[in-house]
Design a binder for this molecule. Structure first.
Ligand code: ATP
Ligand code: MG
Length: 368
C-alpha cells in the first residue's frame, strides 16, 4: 500500500517530467492537429491561440499536480485567452466541434508523452489517471468560457442584423412613404391656391395628390407585407414564390426552383437563408434594371446551395461596397452566411448581370 505522501511525491515527479517535456508535448499536439486536418492551425492567429492555450493548460496541470492552484494573474490570463478563442471561433465561423477535437488531441499528446517516459511503478496508472483528470478539469472551465463568448458574439451579431433591418424599414418609411405623403399634401395646398383661378392647374394638382397618395398606400402595404415575411415558416419554396410575387414588378420575369428535401433544413438555417436570398432579390429589383431574376435552391444531405441571378446592369465589385453607398445589404448577407459557417460568392460585371451564390454546410442528423 502506497501512502498519500508518497503518491503526492510521485505527482511532483510527474509535474517535473511534464515541464521538462513540454516542447515535446506541444510538438506532438501540433502533429496530431495536422493529422486530423484541424482548421485551427491553418491560420497564424488561431494557431498561436491554440498553442498558447496548450501551454497555459500544461502550466495549470503541473501547478495542480504540485498542489498549488493557479495564481490570480494566471486565472485571469486563462479566462481572457479562452474568451478570445470563443470570439475568434465564432467570427471565423469555426465550428465548436473542431475545438473539442483539439481538446482530445491535446489529452492524447500529453498522456502519450507521460506513458512513454514515466518510470514503471505501482502507482503509475493512478498518476496517469490523475493527469487525465486534471487536464479535463482545466479544459472544462476554459471550454465553458469560450462557449459563452462564442454564443454572446453570435447573439450580438443577430441583434445587430435585426437593428439593421429596423433601420432599413425606418429609412424606407422616411424616404419614400413620408416623401409621397409630403408631395400629396403640397399638391392639395396648391390645388386650393389654384381653385377658382386656374381650373386646369387645380385639377392637375388634385390628380397628383391622388396618385402620390395611392403610391404611399402601395408602399405602406408592401412594407407591412415585408415585415410579415421575415421567416419562411411554411417552407422555402412557398416563401420565396410569395416574395417574388410581392416584390418583383410585373415587367420583370422571375422564377424560383427548390430542389431536394426541405426537412433537412433546421428552421433557423432556413429562415436565415431566406433573409439572405430576400436581400439578393431586393438588390436585383432595386439596382439591376434586370429583365429576369432567377432564384435557385438545391438541398443535399450535407449542404445547401442557393443562388440569386439577374441579367441586369451588374456593378464593379469593391467600388460599390456598402461603405460608399451607405447600404448594409451585402454586408449583412455575408454576415448571415458566415454565422451559419457557410460561404457567399458574388460575381458581377457591368452590363452582364449579377450572380450571388451561397453554400451552407448542413450537420448530419440536424433534420427539423
Ligand atoms: N443585383 C445587383 N445589380 C446591380 N447592382 C447591385 C446589385 N446588388 C448590389 N448592387 C450594388 O451594390 C450596392 C450595395 O448593395 P447593398 O445591398 O449593400 O446596399 P443597398 O442596396 O444600396 O442598401 P440597403 O441594402 O442597405 O438598403 C448597391 O447600392 C448597388 O449599387
Ligand atoms: Mg440592398
Amino acid at each position: 500500500m502506497i501512502g498519500h505522501e508518497t503518491f503526492t511525491g510521485h505527482l511532483d515527479m510527474v509535474a517535473d517530467l511534464l515541464e521538462a517535456r513540454l516542447e515535446e508535448v506541444i510538438a506532438i499536439y501540433e502533429e496530431r492537429l495536422r493529422a486530423i486536418r484541424s482548421p485551427l492551425i491553418s491560420e497564424t492567429e488561431t494557431r498561436e491561440q491554440v498553442m498558447a492555450q496548450a501551454r497555459s493548460v500544461l502550466k495549470e496541470v503541473t501547478g495542480t499536480l504540485r498542489g498549488r492552484g493557479m495564481s490570480s494573474d494566471m486565472q485571469q490570463g486563462a479566462a481572457y485567452l479562452s474568451e478570445n478563442i470563443g470570439v475568434s471561433r465564432a467570427s471565423g465561423s469555426v465550428h465548436a466541434f473542431h475545438s473539442l477535437r483539439a481538446v482530445v488531441a491535446f489529452s492524447e499528446a500529453t498522456l502519450a508523452v507521460l506513458v512513454d517516459n514515466l518510470p514503471p511503478s505501482p502507482t503509475s496508472r493512478s498518476e496517469v489517471a490523475a493527469v487525465a483528470l486534471t487536464i479535463q478539469n482545466s479544459f472544462m472551465e476554459r471550454v465553458m468560457r469560450a462557449a459563452m463568448a462564442y454564443a454572446n458574439y453570435l447573439l450580438e451579431k443577430a441583434h445587430a442584423s435585426h437593428a439593421d433591418e429596423r433601420r432599413r424599414i425606418s429609412r424606407e418609411l422616411h424616404d419614400r412613404v413620408a416623401h409621397s405623403i409630403m408631395v400629396a399634401f403640397r399638391s392639395l395646398e396648391l390645388h386650393e391656391v389654384y381653385e377658382g383661378k386656374d381650373p386646369a392647374k387645380a385639377q392637375a394638382k388634385l390628380e397628383l395628390a391622388k396618385s402620390t397618395t395611392q403610391e404611399a398606400l402601395e408602399l405602406t402595404r408592401s412594407l407591412s407585407r415585408e415585415l410579415r415575411s421575415t421567416s419562411a415558416g411554411e417552407g422555402l419554396e412557398i416563401a420565396l414564390s410569395e416574395l417574388l410575387s410581392i416584390s418583383v414588378p410585373w415587367e420583370i420575369q422571375s422564377r424560383v426552383s427548390v430542389e431536394g428535401d426541405e426537412s433537412l433544413l433546421m428552421p433557423q438555417v432556413r429562415d436565415e437563408l431566406f433573409l439572405t436570398l430576400r436581400e439578393g432579390i431586393r438588390n436585383a429589383v432595386t439596382h439591376s434594371k434586370a429583365s429576369t431574376i432567377i432564384v435557385e435552391v438545391d438541398i443535399a444531405e450535407n449542404q445547401v446551395k442557393a443562388a440569386v441571378e439577374d441579367d441586369g446592369s451588374g456593378f464593379i465589385l469593391g467600388r460599390k461596397e456598402p461603405r460608399t453607398t451607405g447600404g448594409t445589404g451585402l454586408a449583412s448577407m455575408k454576415e448571415r452566411t458566415a454565422l451559419l459557417g457557410g460561404t457567399l460568392s458574388l460575381t458581377s460585371e457591368p452590363g452582364a448581370g449579377t450572380r450571388i451564390e451561397i453554400c451552407l454546410p448542413l450537420l448530419p442528423g440536424s433534420r427539423r
